[in-house]
Design a protein around this ligand. Sequence first.
Ligand SMILES: Cc1cc2nc3c(=O)[nH]c(=O)nc-3n(C[C@H](O)[C@H](O)[C@H](O)COP(=O)(O)OP(=O)(O)OC[C@H]3O[C@@H](n4cnc5c(N)ncnc54)[C@H](O)[C@@H]3O)c2cc1C
Length: 615
Amino acid sequence: TPKQPIPGSEPDIAGKTFDYIVVGGGLTGLTVANRLSEGSRQSVLVLENGYLVDDVSTQVPSYANSLNKALMYNITSAPNVNIGGQAKPVWVGNVVGGGSVVNGMAFDRASSADYDAWEQLGNRGWGWNGLLPYFKKSTTFTPPSTENVKAWGTTYDASYYGTNGPIQASFPPFDYPDITTIWAAYKSEGVPLPKEHASGNAVGAYWIPTALQPKTETRSDARNGYYDPVKSRSNLILATGKTVNEVLFDRGLLTGYTAKGVQYVSRKDNSVAQVYASKEVILAAGAVFTPQLLQLSGFGPKDVLSAAGVQVKQDRPAIGANMQDHPNANMQFDLKNLATPNPFSGQDPAFNASAWAQYYANRTGPITQAHGSSLAFLSLQTVSEKYESIVANIKSQNARTYLPAVYADSKLLAGFIKQRDIIADLHSRTDAAVAEFPMVAFGLAIGALQRPLSRGTVTLNSSNKYGMPVVQWNTFQNPIDRQILVEMVRWLRQHWARPELNKFQPVETVPGTGETDDEIIEALIQTKALEASFAHMSGSCSMMPEAYGGVVGSDLLMYGVKRLSIVDGSIIPLVPATHLQATMYAVAEKAADIIKGRNSIPTIPSIFNAFNFFA
Ligand SMILES: Cc1cc2nc3c(=O)[nH]c(=O)nc-3n(C[C@H](O)[C@H](O)[C@H](O)COP(=O)(O)OP(=O)(O)OC[C@H]3O[C@@H](n4cnc5c(N)ncnc54)[C@H](O)[C@@H]3O)c2cc1C
C-alpha cells in the first residue's frame, strides 16, 4: 500500500513574482524547470497538483506491472458509441514527476519518419535530426551486461544514447525463460530485427531499455532525475498540492492578451492565491489538463466555454481538439507448459518471498523487471495484405465525415487533411510502424494501433467547470482505424498459431470468437478487450501552424497571446509509434533551450515594446 503523500513545506509564494511559472510538476514540467533554473539567474516556480511520494510503489520496477491508481487522477472518459457505449479510464499521474512516476517504464523511441512528420506539419527543427541531440541530452545509457546479452541475445547500439543525462536507461538483469521462445516466433516470421531501435529505425522486433537506475534497480523518473539533484537551488521552488485553475492576463489595447501569472487553489485549505511571472507562464499540465486550464482561462471553443459559464476571451476551437492516443485490443491466449519462473510465479507465496529476498539482497531477479525489454512494432505492409486498399481508402475518404463536430472549423479540418496525407504516406511505407505488439512471456497479446485517424477532444465539464474535464477519444470514429485493428487481431491469431509457439498449445480466450471485421469488433467489445488508451494522450494543444489548427508554433508560444508557452504532451501534433516518455523528455529538453534562448535576448525598451515595433 502506498504511504501517505508528504505535503512538504509550504513555500511562501502567494502574490510573488518569478521569472517563470511552470504549471505542472510532471515529466515535462520538472525537466524544463531544471534547465531554466540552471546558472541560478532565473527564478522558477513549479506548481504541482500532486505531492512528493516516496515509497515502494514508485520505486520498485515490478510495481510498474500494475496501475498505481492511488497516484493517479480519478477520471473516466465520456462513453463512446463506437465501442459499445463504453467509458474508459483516463490514466494521468497526480504526483510530483507525473506520468514518469506511475508509468510502465518502457523507454523507447519512434522511427525517424514519425518525428519528421512533425516537421512536415510545419514545425521547423522538430524532426528527427532536431530531436536526436535532446534524446541524448536527457539520458544516460548503460548497456546490458555480458550475461544479459549471452542469455537473451539482447542487441543495442550505445551511440544513439546519451552518456550523462538525468534519466537512466538500462536493462534489468532478469527475463523470463519463455521470452526466448516468443522471440523465436518473431525471428522465423521474417519481421525486421533492427539491432537498435533508437537509431531512427524502430520497425520490427527489438530490445528496448527501461527507465531504470542500474545501480539500485529502481525507477528513473523526472522526480529523481531532474528535480531531486537540484532541489536545493535557491531560485527553484516547487509548491505541491496546488491546483492551478486560471492563467491570468493583462489586456492592452494594442498588445492584446499577455500572460502575467496564474491563480491556484491550495488543496490543503482550499485557499485561492495568485502568483506572477515576469518572463513566461509555461504550461506542463499534460494533454488532459493543459487544454482544460486554457478553457477555464477563456480560450477554447466558444460553445464549450459558454456552456460551462466561462467568459470567452478568444474563440479557439483548436484548444482541446486533435487529441490522439494508441487504442488497443487486449487479446488473451491460454498457454500451457509455461517455463518456471513465469509471470504467474509470484502468485506462489514462497516464490514471491524468495524473489523479494533476492531483490533486497543483490538487486536481481523478477522484481527488477517492469514490462520487459522486448517489443515488436510492425508496418502496415507486414500486418495486412490489404495495405494498398487501406491506404487508397484513407486518401479517398471525405475527411470531414469521421471527425467530431468541432472540425466544422476550417483550420482544424485543413490540419487534419495534412495529417491524413502524412498518415497515408507512413502507412504505405516500411520504415514506420502502424502496430505495436509488446512481447511478454505469457498469453496477453496486446495489439496497439499507433497512428489513428480518429480524433478526440478534451472539453470543460459544463456542469462543473472545475471538475474533471470531459475526455472523449472518439476511438474508431474513423472506420479505417477499426479495420486496421481487426487486421492486427488476425495477425496475432496467425502469430500464435506458429510452430515455434506450439509448446504452449495456445487457445484464444479473449475475444475467442469472431471471423468477420464486425464480429471481431463485437467480440472485443463484449469481452471488454478494447481499450481507448495506452496512457499516451497527446495532441490536444498541437504544435502546428495556426492555419492548420495549431495552438502553439514551433517556438512553443501560444498563438494569439504573449508570454504563454506549452511544453507537455498536448503539443505533439501527430502521435508517434512509440511509448511517449523518452520523446517527452527530448521535447522538454528542446523546449527549455528554446525558452532560454528567447529570454536571454536583451530586453527591448518598454516604450517600443508597448507599440509592438519589434514583435
Ligand atoms: C499509467 C501510465 C503508464 C504509462 N506507461 C508508459 C511507459 O511504459 N513508457 C512510456 O514511455 N510512457 C508511458 N506513459 C506515458 C508518459 O508517462 C507520459 O506521456 C508523460 O508522463 C507525459 O508527460 P507530461 O509532462 O505531458 O504530463 P505528466 O507527466 O502527466 O505531467 C503533468 C503534471 O501536471 C499536473 N497537473 C495537472 N493539472 C494541473 C493543474 N491544474 N495544476 C497543477 N498541476 C497540474 C499533474 O498532476 C501532473 O503531475 C504512461 C503514462 C501513464 C499515466
